[in-house]
Design a protein around this ligand. Structure first.
Ligand code: ADE
Length: 235
């Protein structure tokens, strides 16, 4: 997977990707990251990327041409004429989910466009964006953290990025329930004991207990997910 990120803050994206599991995957060549500073594509010497909004209102907008020139350069690198998804990170998008992460992880290249200030001129968005995605119902100062969140969630689904032990951990959410509680040594901590069943060595009972815990936790913390799961599993 090759990630291409169009942003005003490339250093934030690079720092965010250069640690832990993602760093290891880039080092091994399973992932690659290319950042493009939109400011580098501004033709005039002042390097100003934004301007006032027609119709009035607070805030500044990134002008269409700077984003478009950045995009053309990304496409030159990827191969002009190829159909590559362009994700615009915006609170006006549909919500990014595990299902979306799975869908995006099948692509060979992904282009991210990070918004800033009050946004970007709509005309260039119409021309280049294929997916408008939000990471949740709150407003960030820019799209960089949202892009990092999506790249992280997509990356861990790509074969070889996680080792096998870690991969096993992916199951729970994709089944529509939250993960059950887990424990490691010692058997007792602050007077709290590890649930007896987990020490029993009885595999079927452990599985049963975990499923019950997952269901209960989902019902309590995420009633929305619980209702969906129940509708799908009622028989
Ligand atoms: N940019 C600002 N807020 C955002 C959000 N919630 N999701 C994606 N991009 C954003």
């Amino acid at each position: 997977m090759n990630f291409h990120v169009m942003t005003l803050f490339p250093e934030l994206i690079e720092k965010g990707m250069n640690t832990g599991v993602l760093y290891r995957a880039m080092d091994r060549g399973i992932l690659s990251l290319h950042t493009y500073n939109i400011r580098d594509y501004v033709a005039d010497k002042h390097k100003r990327v934004d301007d006032y909004t027609y119709g009035g209102g607070a805030g500044m907008l990134i002008q269409a041409e700077h984003v478009y020139q950045t995009y053309l350069d990304v496409m030159r690198r990827i191969g002009e004429g190829r159909k590559v998804r362009v994700i615009y990170t915006t609170p006006q998008g549909s919500v990014f989910t595990q299902q979306k992460a799975e869908e995006l992880s099948k692509e060979e290249d992904l282009i991210f466009l990070c918004g800033h200030y009050e946004g970007i001129d709509e005309r260039v968005l119409e021309e280049i964006v294929s997916d408008n995605l939000s990471i949740g119902d709150y407003i960030l100062t820019g799209g960089e953290l949202a892009s990092l969140v999506m790249m992280d969630a997509v990356s861990r689904l790509i074969p070889g990025v996680l080792n096998n032990d870690e991969s096993a951990m992916t199951e729970s959410f994709s089944e529509g329930l939250l993960e059950y509680p887990q424990y490691t040594r010692p058997e007792e901590w602050h007077g709290k004991k590890v649930p007896e069943v987990l020490l029993s060595g009885h595999h079927a009972n452990v599985e049963k207990w975990r499923l019950e815990q997952s269901i209960e936790r989902t019902r309590e913390r995420r009633p929305d997910l619980y209702e969906k799961w129940k509708a799908e599993n009622d028989n």
